[in-house]
Design a protein around this ligand. Structure first.
Ligand code: AMP
Length: 274
């Protein structure tokens, strides 16, 4: 695996692969890699000859009150894991290289896809995501890019951007990788105390209960949401942020649920004893 630290070097690498007629799959990440990220690499290797992974903690997608400064940065370990999994090029640009003017003048706006749910609790988050993904697509020029279903609203926003702005990139979506207790793997899970982790798994349980009720034949979104909400309400240390059944492409709430729709949710957990 080759480490690529600058945009110029990345462009050379891509040009070289293109002259050899090789196809390129791209896996963008913020690092602190875990099995969830690495399954995206497996997917990328299945469809292309060259796999480029980026590790870039994108300041644009963090609000001032979020964890940009303390977001886990574990580049040596990331490089080892990526190499072992078969990544060919690990692109690790600096924020000065990506944002030489500190912040861009032009942003990519997600429109209605990014308005509700995660977009409502994290204003400007999806603008930051789409802007950096657009930049990375222009630098890496992949044939396909792989994203995780864990961040389903991000997937919808990226697909909408690719469609509406005519990016010549195919988008592949890989399933959520969960820990044995049911919680989706995430770089941020390392912030959680054992108690907070236990509280967090209640969200997974609520989402699974909604899915199970759908499988048993319930088609009313309001009934499915009520099942989930009942499990989240009145739990000490847990504050629900949102829980809904949505169309997975538009991220608009649905009334009648169909196969392919998604239950999405977020909770805040706190452990006063920690
Ligand atoms: P991040 O480093 O959190 O920005 O994530 C980079 C990519 O990995 C995104 O496409 C995520 O959706 C994906 N990803 C992160 N965690 C998981 C997981 N547990 N299962 C599947 N994909 C994941």
């Amino acid at each position: 695996m080759q480490l690529v630290e600058t945009i110029d070097e990345m462009r050379h690498v891509v040009a070289d692969a293109r002259t050899k007629g090789q196809s390129i799959a791209f896996v963008p990440t913020m690092g602190a890699l875990h099995e969830g990220h690495l399954t995206l690499v497996d997917e990328a290797k299945r469809v292309a000859e060259v796999v480029v992974m980026s590790v870039f903690v994108n300041p644009l997608q963090f609000s001032p009150t979020e964890d940009f400064a303390r977001y886990p940065r574990t580049l040596d370990e990331d490089a080892r894991l990526a190499a072992d999994r078969g990544v060919n090029f690990l692109f690790t640009p600096t924020k000065e290289d990506i944002y030489p003017e500190h912040a861009p003048v032009v942003y990519v706006h997600p429109g209605t896809v990014g308005k509700e749910w995660e977009g409502a609790v994290r204003p400007h988050h999806f603008e930051g995501v789409l802007t950096v993904v657009a930049k990375l697509f222009h630098i890496v020029m992949p044939d396909v890019a792989v994203f995780g279903q864990k961040d389903l609203q991000q997937v919808a926003a990226v697909k909408a951007m690719v469609r509406d702005l005519n990016f010549p990139v195919g988008i592949l979506v890989a399933p959520i990788v969960r820990d044995p207790d049911g919680m989706a793997m995430s770089s941020r899970n390392r912030y959680l105390s054992p108690k907070e982790r236990e509280l967090g798994t209640i969200l997974s349980k609520a989402l699974f209960a909604m899915r199970d009720a759908f499988m048993r034949g319930e088609r009313r979104a309001s009934a499915l949401e009520a099942i989930g909400w009942r499990m989240l309400e009145r739990v000490v240390g847990l504050t629900p942020r949102y829980l809904a059944v949505v169309n997975a492409d538009t991220f608009q709430r649905v009334n009648t649920v169909h196969h392919g729709d998604a239950a999405v949710g977020a909770v805040r957990v706190s452990d006063d004893s920690a």
